[in-house]
Design a protein around this ligand. Structure first.
Ligand code: WT7
Length: 655
């Protein structure tokens, strides 16, 4: 995937500073090894201890792990608790009532601060509003909101009532929203009139109406609308409600619904290797345990920290490290509505300065684009509040790592390169900042209790210095419980028979070096990583072939300096392959089409037309050839099995 080649350019190991090690929650190799040894010696005892110490239980669990129906593992199942209670009420009892929970900065720069007491009251009002409309435990809410305090409140209010939320990123299209409403069987939709990004108002609510027009949304009884801008949007009497009316006069106390630790907390759709996105289902107790603990360990979170995760709540990073983890820790966190480049590329650095952010967590793609937009801009701001930096979503190339370390972190802050997935719920392989020497581009070692390993096709461990498939050999509390409505697909995707059905198969290829450090090589399936967003090639292909002009399409990724991977589509039209201006016009039409079918993030960067695709005699598309063409490489692979070799030249030259 390119990242490993370039990683060889930086061979230094950045050891943690002594004073950081001294104050760290997990301190030194000895601290790390002690936790690992505890998990090794008594796996259930280890997790049981952590769950008792870190979560507040209404009724304590008597059994830690139930493996009787593996791989449908159950954690702390007879324990009774509530996530929202753990995030809010616990802080009111802990002396954090007047502590700022959220510092919200709007796109235009307005700042709103909310204390734990205020957040608790708002969540209770929202929950009471939902209750008064008749919504109850086990129902599903589809949340389609911009980055806002309201988004966190809506998620927490659902959690308070045991309503299972499914947040859909605001960049997804009406069609995507419709599919997710139908698959989740949502009974309520929570949205906003518009979102504000980069100084522009972008309508959001009309996508919900469009989703209804497509059909299959009959399960929805109400659409609740948060008025972010007061913009003029359609309102359907009898179905639509303004959020302000739903919460008006609602009491600021709401008894939480007491739930089994295995009650589903949320569903989050993500791309897989088939056309249909999968609804990853997460739990209550195990999920929250790891959300909290990974913040304490990986980010060494302390009471005085100001934590800022720049992700959107529409992704898992925004669930675990914005909506739940920081609140479960009683932290002060920044929530940002806007984009890193508005009003200019100094926005992140100005916000770190203004809010005295001490822990900053962002994605390599953002780092790369900010280097490009102004590599010395951070030096114009006072970033001395920072003590720790994080990276997530894709491998970070050493050049970006070293810039992040030196220019943003002042060569003072450890960088935690956190490997994990929507399915894992929280960090899995990551440096601990008071433990690991850092190698740029490596996510270093598994967290204590996480049995990560690299195996070959037979499921046997590879020797250090080798590559293979990344697996997790034992269950962990925040793991995916199932794919919503599709347990068979869950088993097939993550516990395939090829590996004996025993290990969780992550879908990434990885190397382990002689020091036992992990290096992620990229996906082994037909999933692309574009700007840290996961996109299924089949999903984009299905969108393309749904266009009346298109006969056939194949989508592959190619390396991109800015976005990590870029989407490249090879398209066969029902008409002869177009050229010149016509090709450009059709390419634009298809790009917009994919934007409407899935969302703008799925628009192919490159579209090439041909009269056919390279196929074997049995009709199989030879994707490896397409990958070479997309990269602009000379084709050195064997093409003797190709039915139609002449097509390669056409695809190489067409644009
Ligand atoms: C895929 C998961 C993790 C939350 C956001 C993305 C890639 C993620 C890293 C990292 C190398 C990474 C993997 C993984 N990935 N973090 N630190 N280094 N690769 O969640 O959308 O579920 O994507 O992102 O390929 O499988 P996701």
């Amino acid at each position: 995937m390119g990242s490993i080649e370039t990683s060889l350019q930086e061979n230094r190991v950045f050891e943690p500073a002594e004073d950081f090690v001294k104050q760290a929650r997990v301190s030194g190799i000895a601290g790390y090894e002690a936790l690992r040894a505890e998990a090794e010696a008594d796996f259930e005892g280890f997790w049981g201890r952590l769950a008792k110490e870190n979560l507040s239980w209404k009724t304590p669990f008597t059994k830690v792990l139930d493996e009787s129906n593996a791989p449908f593992y159950k954690w702390f199942e007879d324990g009774v608790m509530n996530v929202s209670y753990n995030c809010l009420d616990v802080n009111l009892q802990n002396g954090n009532a007047d502590k700022v929970a959220i510092i919200f900065e709007a796109d235009g720069g307005e700042v709103t601060k909310v204390t734990y007491r205020e957040l608790h009251a708002r969540v209770c009002q929202f929950a009471n509003g939902l209750k008064s409309l008749g919504y109850a435990k086990g129902e599903r809410a589809l949340i389609y909101l911009p980055m806002s305090i309201e988004a966190v409140v809506a998620m927490q209010a659902c959690a308070r009532l045991g309503i299972i939320h499914s947040v859909v990123f605001g960049g997804f299209s009406a069609k995507s929203v419709q599919e997710r409403i139908a698959d989740a069987g949502a009974s309520v939709v929570i949205t906003a009139d518009e979102q504000v990004r980069g100084g522009k108002n972008i309508p959001l609510k009309p996508a919900i109406d469009e989703a209804f027009a497509i059909g299959g949304c009959e399960s929805v009884r109400n659409v609740i609308i948060y008025q972010r801008t007061g913009g003029n949007i359609p309102f359907v009497e009898g179905r639509d409600l303004w959020l302000k009316d739903v919460i008006a006069n609602q009491p600021t106390e709401c008894e939480p619904e007491w739930l089994s630790a295995e009650h589903p907390l949320f569903i989050l759709f993500t791309s897989g290797s088939t056309g249909k996105p999968k609804g990853v289902q997460h739990s209550t107790g195990g999920y929250l345990l790891w959300a909290k603990l990974s913040l304490l360990w990986t980010f060494d979170l302390k009471p005085n920290d100001v934590f800022w995760c720049t992700a959107d709540v529409g992704w898992v990073t925004g669930h675990t490290y914005i909506a739940y983890g920081p609140l479960a820790c009683g932290a002060t966190e920044v929530v940002f509505e806007g984009v890193p480049t508005y009003p200019d590329a100094g926005r992140f650095w100005k916000m770190i300065q203004d809010h005295k952010v001490s822990i900053f967590y962002t994605a390599p793609t953002a780092i790369r684009s900010l280097i490009k937009a102004g590599g010395d801009l951070p030096t114009k701001y006072d970033l001395s509040s920072l003590r720790l930096l994080g990276s997530v979503g894709e491998p970070i190339n050493p050049e970006a790592w070293v810039w992040y370390y030196n220019v943003v972190g002042g060569a003072r802050c450890p960088i935690v390169d956190t490997w994990w997935q929507t399915e894992t719920g929280g960090h899995m392989i990551t440096p601990l900042p008071g433990v690991h020497g850092l190698k740029p581009g490596s996510c270093t070692q598994p967290l204590p209790g996480i049995a990560a390993a690299i195996v070959d096709e037979t499921g046997t461990d590879v020797a250090k210095g080798n590559g293979g498939f990344l697996v997790i050999k034992k269950p962990w509390p925040s793991m995916i419980r199932t794919i919503w409505n599709d347990p068979e697909r869950f088993k097939k995707s993550y516990y395939p028979a090829d590996f004996g059905g025993k290990y969780y198969l992550a879908g990434d290829g990885a190397n382990v070096d002689l020091d036992g450090y992990f290096w992620i090589m990229g996906r082994i399936d037909d999933v692309l990583n574009v700007s840290g967003h996961r996109m299924g090639t089949m999903e984009i292909e299905s969108a393309l072939v749904a266009n009346p002009l298109v006969a056939e399409a194949a989508v592959v990724g190619r390396p991109d300096d800015l976005t990590g991977e870029a989407i490249c589509a090879f398209v066969v039209l029902k008409q002869a392959a177009p050229q010149g201006a016509e090709a450009q016009a059709i390419a634009k039409e298809l790009r917009d089409w994919v934007g409407r079918e899935i969302g703008p993030i799925a628009k192919p960067k490159d579209i090439r037309f041909g009269d056919n695709l390279p196929k074997t005699r049995s009709g199989k598309i030879m994707r490896r050839l397409l990958r070479s063409i997309a990269k602009g490489e000379e084709i050195t692979q064997d093409t003797s099995t190709l039915e139609n070799p002449a097509i390669l030249d056409q695809l190489k030259t067409s644009r």
